[in-house]
Design a protein around this ligand. Structure first.
Ligand SMILES: [Zn+2]
Length: 431
């Protein structure tokens, strides 16, 4: 690879090419080769998982496949962590840092027909969010890193999580003592995204918009029609920067657009408020108003209830007002550690092709991820790995009827992230 060669020559000229980085360079070349060798077997695993999808909290077969594979590699394996969760522990030849990699395993209920030849055998259930690919990539990383066991100075943990789609699996694993079993310094993970196969997209801080639902309560002695009009107008006042005339998919289809999408510096997804829906209802003598929205800025998220309360208290509805809160969240955004995001980008692009990285300038709307629960415990980074291939007619936009994945992305995922985990574990290891 040209870029890699230039980088090496530069280091030789400046005389800082240490024996260690020389050794690491050859290890990354080994990882690349080892990934090529196991690639076909990984495709078979992925297809097997795809043909046997299981919805959230029912990932019995998938977790069995995962645990068996990890045991065969010689990893220490814990099963039934937070339900069907599996943890694999790979100890390196020497002591070092501890790095975790997370993959999710669950599929989704859908009646849309499968678009691939290796069709789902479970009627009404399909992997249309790519978790079969996530699981496969994590197994591939475990495989190549276990082949590097002697060179690995540290520990790599593999978290195979159930029930991501219900936003409960990460929490369940943590509540079941995940962080007593493993003590990672850093945590990483990925999701298949709509960009081209092998393309890695990442962004420091929030990756998605915050999704919130406001719950406002009033006494029943209120003119409901007038109240609803008042609150609807109030909420619409927060809307900014993204046209909302069509459906959510009209908006989401723009995220890969090179001029206004997430990878453009001029992106429309940088700073926005999207109102998703609002409803007034009366139950047991209390009038409820619920409004759900997407907001990119945490400060604004925190300020919205205060602002709305202020406006209600200076309106004709002030005497009917009871309370305003956010209801329980079923969605969240990964918050990527800025320093680790920078290091990860530099690390992967220094050993592989720099063009595989494309920074994101905006926050993805309508996506949620419970990966944030791990990041609340330890710093980490969550990536998008592209899976589309326009020439092959493959579109990997999650949760769409025609969702499919160009399987070459499994290879890119394994080699890039196995190298990253190796580098992070070996970083500053005692020599
Ligand atoms: Zn998903």
């Amino acid at each position: 690879m040209k870029i890699q060669l230039i980088a090496i020559l530069f280091l030789v000229f400046t005389g800082i090419l240490s024996a260690q980085s020389d050794k690491n360079t050859s290890i990354y070349q080994q990882i690349e080769k080892q990934t090529d060798i196991i690639y076909n077997s990984l495709v078979n695993i992925r297809r097997d998982l795809h043909m046997n999808p299981e919805i959230s909290k029912q990932e019995k077969r998938t977790s069995k496949v995962v645990a068996e594979y990890l045991r065969n590699l010689g990893l220490e394996v814990k099963t039934n962590v937070g339900g069907n969760g599996v943890v694999g522990i790979l100890e390196g030849g020497k002591k070092g840092r501890k790095i975790a990699w997370r993959a999710d395993m669950d599929a989704i209920k859908t009646d849309d027909p499968d678009v691939v030849s290796f069709k789902s055998k479970n009627e009404g259930v399909r992997h249309i969010c790519g978790h079969d690919v996530h699981t496969t990539i994590a197994l591939g990383i475990a495989n190549v890193l276990s082949q590097q066991k002697e060179n690995l100075e540290g520990t790599v943990y593999f978290i195979f999580q159930p029930a991501e789609e219900t936003f409960t699996g990460a929490k369940d694993m943590i509540e079941d003592g995940l962080f007593e079993i493993i003590k990672p310094d850093e945590v990483y993970g990925l999701h298949i995204g709509p960009e081209a196969s092998g393309m890695i997209n990442v962004k420091a801080n929030e990756l998605f918009a915050y999704q919130k639902t406001l719950a406002i309560k009033f006494k029943p002695n209120v003119n409901k029609k007038e109240l609803e009009n008042f609150l609807n107008t109030l909420l619409k006042g927060f809307v900014r920067n993204i046209e909302q005339n069509g459906s959510p998919w009209d908006i989401i289809n723009k995220i890969t657009d090179p001029t206004i999408g997430l990878t453009s510096k001029e992106t429309i997804f940088k700073d926005y408020f999207i109102l998703q829906g609002a409803r007034l209802r009366t139950e047991k003598g209390v009038t409820f108003y619920n409004a759900s929205f997407l907001e990119t800025d945490l400060k604004k998220v925190n300020n919205i209830p205060l602002e709305i309360k202020k406006q209600i208290l200076s309106s004709t509805f002030k005497d009917s007002f009871i309370s305003i809160d956010y209801s329980k969240d079923y969605s969240g955004t990964p918050i990527n550690d800025p320093e680790l995001t920078k290091i990860a980008t530099q690390t992967i692009s220094s050993f592989y092709n720099k063009e595989i990285f494309m920074p994101l300038y905006g926050q993805v709307p309508y996506f949620g991820e419970d990966f944030i629960f791990y990041q609340q415990k330890v710093p980490g980074v969550f990536f998008f790995l592209g899976g589309s291939n326009v020439e092959k007619g493959i579109s990997s936009m999650p949760h769409t009827a025609n969702f499919a994945v160009d399987e070459t992305t499994i290879k890119y995922g394994v080699q890039s992230f196995a190298s990253l985990l190796f580098e992070r574990a070996n970083k500053n290891a005692s020599k």
